[in-house]
Design a protein around this ligand. Structure first.
Ligand SMILES: *Cc1c(COP(=O)(O)O)cnc(C)c1O
Length: 352
């Protein structure tokens, strides 16, 4: 606490990111990074961009990247917004589109950054409980609201929602912005992006951090009606005109363009996830059905926090959340096939 802080800073409850250990001898299954390297074409683009042109400011609009995203989803660039990681895109979204007199609605179990942004921007919100199976019931959102946001698939459960349910939600809430955070959509879910042509109140947020293996580059994006995008641009240009540097803009564009590599690593992760699902069940875990690059598991006879500590002693880090309702669960990112085998071996040592 400091006497010099602005008054509002005393009240903030900052987000706590997963651990990034300084040593590399640990198997990191705690922050949902991709276990595979980025597209070689993305790396080549970044290396080629590291030249004297760095003395100049980048394109403030990152037009090259917007075009690659627009091409990938058959959109117009006016329907695309880009930012420094989807966390920044989400922050601008909360400020530009989600602050109203009526409460913003999101699930009780969800991405824990949402309440943090509500604190930062002083946004009135209400949480809606997931059902007993930890799934989102869209009918529960048929109540007075200023806007709605949730991830699909949800985090940290990994449970996906079908597009029919999302359309039902949009039809019941035509006067509210509905934000679908698709950080994990490429691991088996169905993207809501095609619905933006029909629903001008829908904003879809995505990132290249997970499925495109570029968490270190910090690039996220949003897609929606140009009026929603203009709102985001107004906030962005009141905050930082150059959120994406030259390397990030070109690297991300090359990653979006390399569909063959992208499809390949996504498929490998899906295959590993399906194997891990079966192996974890065989060890007695209850595993939620995941459409993401992680699984959310609990064991009837073992405390989750103790399990996480035991795994760490064997060189594996996983994520445990203290929140009620989920404090008996562990979130485990899908690693390479080798990393999954190492995890199962370690769990066998611990459980037996
Ligand atoms: C990882 C994650 C993000 C943030 O991704 P970045 O683009 O790396 O900032 C946003 N939403 C959810 C649900 C996530 O899990």
């Amino acid at each position: 606490m400091s006497q010099f802080w602005s008054e509002s800073v005393h009240k903030l409850k900052p987000y706590i990111p997963g651990e990034q250990p300084k040593t590399s001898n640990l198997t990191k299954l705690n922050t949902n990074e991709n276990p595979y390297p980025p597209s070689p074409k993305a790396l080549a683009a970044i290396q080629a961009a590291a030249d004297e042109s760095l003395k100049l400011y980048p394109d403030p609009n990152s037009d090259i990247l917007k075009q690659s995203i627009a091409d990938y989803y058959s959109l117009d660039t006016a329907q695309v917004f880009v930012g420094n990681g989807s966390d920044e895109v989400l922050a601008h979204t909360f400020q530009a589109l989600l602050k109203h007199d009526k409460p913003l609605l999101f699930p009780d179990i969800t991405y824990s950054f949402y309440p943090v942004y509500c604190g930062l921007y002083d946004i009135n919100y209400k949480t809606i409980p997931l059902n007993d199976a930890f799934a989102i019931e869209v009918d529960d959102y048929n109540q007075e609201n200023g806007a709605i946001i949730f991830p699909n698939p949800n985090a940290p459960t990994g449970i996906g929602l079908d597009l029919t349910s999302i359309e039902t939600l949009l039809q019941h809430n035509p006067n509210s912005v509905v934000v679908i955070d698709e950080a994990y959509i490429d691991f088996g879910g169905k993207s809501a992006v095609p619905l933006i042509h029909q629903y001008s109140n829908l904003l879809v947020v995505q990132t290249i951090s997970k499925s495109r293996a570029l968490a270190g580059l910090r690039v996220g994006f949003a897609m929606g009606h140009p009026d929603l995008i203009q709102g985001l641009i107004r906030v962005k240009d009141s905050f930082n005109s150059y959120p994406l540097d030259r390397l990030a803009t070109l690297g991300a564009a090359a990653a979006m363009d390399d569909k063959v590599y992208f499809d390949n690593i996504c498929q490998r992760i899906i295959t590993s996830r399906d194997t891990l699902y079966v192996d974890m069940q065989a060890l007695g875990f209850h595993v939620l059905p995941s459409q993401a690059n992680f699984i959310f598991v609990t064991h009837p006879n073992h405390d989750a926090k103790t399990l996480a500590l035991s795994l760490r002693q064997q060189g594996i880090i996983v994520r445990h959340f203290e929140a009620t309702r989920i404090n008996m669960y562990l979130r485990i990112s899908i690693g390479t096939a080798q990393a999954c085998e190492k995890l199962i071996k370690a769990l066998k040592n611990i459980l037996i």
